[in-house]
Design a protein around this ligand. Structure first.
Ligand code: CA
Ligand code: CA
Length: 102
């Protein structure tokens, strides 16, 4: 079960998951506040972060406690579809800040 993955992690500039990436989406955005939303710690909010959240929701790769905190973009203490929707809105430019921003 589980099998720890190295925390450095492997999201280079490979193809984005097509189900998450309609062509009009930007490749990534700067962070809105602190490190909130930057699950993989590369300094930007990108589809790679959203993909980690998706994998967590699917149970394919659970977030570490640190990743969990960064991925809980509405800061309700849970990771669920509301956070996923927050990423989508942020990456699409529908919102300028995550709900969890101070
Ligand atoms: Ca990131
Ligand atoms: Ca949440």
């Amino acid at each position: 079960m589980g099998g720890g993955r190295p925390s450095g992690v492997s999201y280079q500039s490979g193809p984005s998951p097509s189900y998450l990436a309609p062509p009009f989406w930007p490749p990534g955005k700067p962070m809105a506040c602190g490190d909130l939303g930057d699950i993989d710690g590369d300094g930007r909010i990108t589809l790679a972060d959203m993909d980690l959240l998706t994998k967590h929701l699917r149970g394919e790769r659970l977030l570490t406690p640190e990743e969990f905190v960064r991925g809980d973009v509405n800061r309700d203490g849970k990771i669920n579809i509301l956070d996923w929707s927050g990423y989508r809105a942020y990456l699409r430019g529908d919102i300028q800040r995550f709900r969890g921003c101070p």
